[in-house]
Ligand binder design. Structure first.
Ligand code: ADP
Length: 366
């Protein structure tokens, strides 16, 4: 791995803790790792907590099979969310095929080590208020064609670095492009993110073999209690370039039945489109370059579903926090209320009741 090191004398931007060096990257990247006497496990834990504190909603984009369009879906969802004004990050967890650098035209870029961590690479566009931040193993490799031959322990560590060592800053949404399957990387991340606002989204194609594998990913989420935003059906139809007629390459009846049985929603159907493939290959997400295209319109319901989920999850968390405060304060709170003048007490009671209703409201309700 090649990273340029910073000078240890530089001002550290992270809050100071006496037992910690406060650097924003894991010890593995530190020029002083060999001589350091501080508690390394404490450092890694603090690093992860700090990163996760700055991230609103995490979405794992999963597919149990390679080549079904998981990375395409991740990149275009990121573009769509960023286009709507959200601060978005994309973490490429696909260790053996980290493609997000290509999807955002960042091939060949390398990471710089700063006191705040490994710098993400960014995709800026005139349509975006905030550039999309991308973190990938591709930025750490000496060459783009180096194969990764790692045992599980290494992969486990990299999942920690991906979230903890990259400087994600403040994000509304972090999309994680997962490797195919329900193996080591997924379990590591599911454990790591257990108490965070995390949800999954499955990308699949309608063929029977892909469907069979997608159902395993869905079961994994259901068994782990990982909220599932829904399934994005990729390559769900194609328009004939000659006559303009739409047809389906693969029958989707089976997919619809299987999803209904598992009570999972299909949230978008993305067509098989040469333009979409070209946009990915050239690193210009279709949703940014052609926001009015058929492809962009096809992604819209999936973007809506992600926003709705994040909104509902944050309202639920706020409601629980409010209830927690009221429960914990209990008697003291009522006693304090009792000391207020009648009008102030009535106003405060009404305000709290309104806030409680607002936080428990289903998204979309007036
Ligand atoms: P995965 O991440 O599941 O391995 P990718 O997103 O990398 O899959 O997609 C594999 C290939 O298929 C890429 O070349 C991509 O551009 C192409 N592709 C994915 N979805 C579509 C689509 N809807 N239309 C055309 N090409 C697609």
């Amino acid at each position: 791995m090649s990273v340029s090191h910073f000078s240890p004398d530089q001002q550290d931007p992270l809050a100071l803790r006496p037992e910690d060096c406060n650097r924003g990257h894991a010890c593995q990247f530190c020029p002083q790792e060999d001589s350091c006497l501080l508690d390394k496990s404490h450092h890694e834990k603090r690093l992860l907590e700090q990163r996760l504190d700055g991230i609103g909603q995490i979405i794992l984009v999963m597919a149990n099979k390679g080549g079904v369009g998981k990375s395409t879906v991740t990149a275009n969802l990121a573009a769509g969310l960023a286009q709507r004004g959200y601060r978005v990050g994309v973490a490429d967890a696909d260790i053996h095929g980290p493609n997000q650098s290509r999807f955002f035209n960042l091939v060949g870029q390398r990471v710089h080590l700063t006191p705040a961590g490994l710098g993400t690479r960014t995709c800026a566009h005139p349509a975006l208020a905030h550039p999309i931040r991308v973190g990938s193993l591709a930025f750490l490799m000496d060459r783009d064609d180096t194969p990764i031959v790692w045992r599980d322990a290494y992969k486990h560590d990299f999942m920690h670095h991906l979230i903890g060592s990259f400087d994600w800053g403040e994000l509304d949404v972090l999309l994680i492009d997962m490797p195919p399957g329900t193996g080591n990387e997924l379990i590591t991340l599911a454990d790591l993110l257990e108490h965070q606002a995390v949800a999954a989204l499955i990308a699949t194609t309608p063929q029977e073999v892909a469907l069979m594998d997608s159902l395993k990913a869905i079961r994994f989420c259901q068994e782990r209690g990982l909220p599932l935003i829904g399934v994005v059906e990729n390559m769900a139809g194609v328009t004939c370039p000659n006559c303009g007629e739409e047809f389906h390459l693969f029958p989707r009846a089976h997919l619809a039945d299987a999803l209904a049985q598992l009570e999972v929603n299909s949230i978008a159907q993305i067509p098989l489109s040469p333009q979409l493939a070209l946009a990915s290959d050239t690193g210009h997400p279709m949703l940014l370059e052609h926001p009015d295209s058929t492809e962009a319109r096809a992604f819209a319901p999936a973007i809506d579903a992600c926003i709705q989920h994040a909104h509902a999850a944050s309202m639920e968390a706020a409601a629980q926090a409010l209830e927690g405060v009221m429960d914990a304060a209990g008697a003291e709170f009522m006693a304090a209320m009792g000391t207020l003048p009648d009008t102030a007490r009535d106003e405060l009671t009404e305000l709290l009741a309104r806030e409680h209703d607002r936080l428990h409201k289903t998204p979309g309700q007036p």
